[in-house]
Write a protein that binds this ligand. Sequence first.
Ligand code: ZN
Ligand code: ZN
Length: 175
Amino acid sequence: MKPPAQFYVSNRVLKLNVGFLINDGPGHSQDSEFSVPPVRVAEDLDLEYIRGPIRLSRNKEGILVQGSLQVGVLSECGRCLDPIEQHLTIQLEELYSYPVTAGVEFCVHEDGILNLVPLLRAEVLILTSRGVLCRDDCKGLCPECGANRNHTTCDCEAAVGDPRLAQLKQLLDRK
Ligand SMILES: [Zn+2]
Ligand SMILES: [Zn+2]
């Protein structure tokens, strides 16, 4: 079951203050280790955890973000709709321009805040857009009664809707 909304911390934890790095000037960098509790990244994305190293490097253009982050995403099986937790690894490598530059997607804001939310959201959505199955041989839902065939059997399978298949079944049954 998905935890209630108040279980998740605010995405403020993903808005990093990099003012000191901006001031330090090109050539400086900061390494840190992310360990974020369940967080509401965006209206349409909650992550169960974010863990891993992240490096912020100041260069002439702005701040280069590099990281290899493990994240947990709750989703549902594409076939039987059972809830599943996906464990994904996200490679981040993105330049945040400084100062804010028109037409550039990722920028460090004038107040020194680097907002990881749009970057993280985009990367996670790319990885989850393919959909997943709870297991490779998931039996899915019965199209007749909606029963989850992984957990239960139903009587619908005996009733074959397609008349050609029904004929075939009769032939097979006779053997
Ligand atoms: Zn499934
Ligand atoms: Zn059924």
